[in-house]
Design a protein around this ligand. Structure first.
Ligand code: ZN
Length: 253
């Protein structure tokens, strides 16, 4: 499985795109920076996008991914998420106010956008990948995902405060090759992390005690303003298999 990091930050400044990963060149996992990171030719190959929650740093490039390619003959996009996240995107994003409702365009019969509700915990298939949505602990309905092919699995937490079930699922995933987990704020902003449903290096350290598998753990989601502090505090944890995702890099799992 190839996972290309399109963006891995919790905010947007030059050279720092918001959370999105491209799996095997065609499936996007969250969409904070898809249109900012991919050429038009690469965007056309994306047919499926898996969305963890409605927050803009995970969704804001969806309108432009569609708008950029809408006029291409045969273009279509499927967005997969749990029921509450689909409802939120219908109500607040593709609502004909924030952006056109592409689920009815160019017409009701052959719309370019299909919003697909997925079950929690039950695997669903997307272009050769088996994906499971696992509920985590954020301030809006949010799931992480376990993404698997025949030989490898990656568990992605999405945005979360301290949580339990995600780690239980990761621990019993047979072919687990890596975990991607968030760390948004430095320790001194623990109160802000608590009220916004995020992790700091010190709460990350407690979370990682729940992971019983010897796999690399990759971090994403740092707020650009606090990047240096977060990096220093994560380094100070002294955890061997812990590293930051690198934007633009493709990882093979
Ligand atoms: Zn969020």
């Amino acid at each position: 499985m190839k996972l290309r990091v399109l963006g891995c930050y919790g905010g947007n400044v030059p050279e720092h795109g918001m959370t999105s990963f491209l799996v095997n060149g065609t499936v996007c996992l969250d969409a904070g920076f898809v249109s900012g990171a991919l050429s038009l030719r690469e965007q056309v190959r994306v047919k499926d996008v898996i969305i963890s929650h409605s927050h803009l740093d995970h969704t804001c490039s969806l309108p432009f991914l569609i708008d950029n390619n809408f006029s291409l003959p045969g273009f279509s996009l499927r967005i997969y998420a749990i029921r509450e996240v689909i409802a939120s995107m219908k109500d607040h994003l593709f609502n004909n106010h924030t952006w056109p409702d592409f689920t009815c365009l160019p017409n009701d019969l052959t719309p370019v956008l299909k919003l697909v509700e997925v079950p929690e915990e039950q695997p669903f298939e997307v272009n050769g990948l088996s994906i499971r949505a696992v509920r985590v602990s954020h301030i809006v309905p949010t799931t992480g995902f376990v993404v698997e092919n025949r030989t490898s699995a990656v568990a992605y937490s999405s945005d979360t405060a301290p949580t339990e079930h995600f780690w239980e699922v990761a621990n019993r995933t047979r072919n687990l090759k890596a975990v991607i987990v968030e760390t948004s704020f430095p320790d001194e902003l623990q109160d802000l992390a608590n009220v916004s449903g995020h992790l700091t290096p010190q709460t990350l350290d407690l979370e990682l005690r729940k992971l019983k598998r010897e796999v690399p753990v990759y971090l994403y989601g740092a707020k650009p303003r606090h990047l240096a502090r977060i990096r220093a505090q994560v380094r100070a944890l002294g955890r061997r298999r812990l590293r930051f995702l690198v934007q633009g890099k493709t990882y093979t799992f």
